[in-house]
Write a protein that binds this ligand. Structure first.
Ligand code: ZN
Ligand code: MN
Length: 140
């Protein structure tokens, strides 16, 4: 059962920052943006609230092992593409392949609750050579 949590101003601002970007930012970037609205907010508070929002199911944490986690304002299951050239993370327009869960269950006997699927390569901007500094905002 998810605990009902009070939506504090800090949480509301952090959630807004995430809902208003498609860039899947790190906590540091969220902190810089949140500071514009709450100048005395601390990085620790941002980290704590990101964790709480994730536990509430309001946002999603994208964990990439050794590198910093990124956060997604869209908590619904979906796939991502990471550009190995510019490091941006994009949403992928592909329905979640739930039948793969059943396949793994049938073949291996484990109960599958969800799966992660990550795509890597070179994004269309980088391929076309149109990656520009103007888009730097979108990069983390
Ligand atoms: Zn790229
Ligand atoms: Mn996403």
């Amino acid at each position: 059962m998810t605990k009902k949590m009070r939506m504090t101003k800090q949480k509301r601002v952090i959630l807004e920052v995430l809902k208003n970007t498609t860039s899947h930012p790190t906590a540091d970037w969220v902190y810089e943006q949140a500071k514009k609205q709450i100048p005395d907010i601390s990085l620790g508070t941002v980290y704590r609230n990101l964790n709480v929002l994730r536990d509430m199911g309001e946002i999603m944490e994208l964990n990439y092992g050794s590198s910093q986690s990124r956060f997604d304002g869209n908590p619904k299951e979906h796939y991502h593409f990471t550009c190995e050239s510019c490091s941006r993370v994009y949403d992928i327009d592909l329905p979640v392949q739930r039948e793969m869960n059943e396949l793994v269950e049938k073949k291996n006997g484990h109960r599958v609750d969800y799966h992660r699927l990550e795509f890597y390569g070179e994004c269309k901007d980088c391929r076309k050579g149109t990656y520009s500094k103007d888009l730097e905002d979108n990069r983390v």
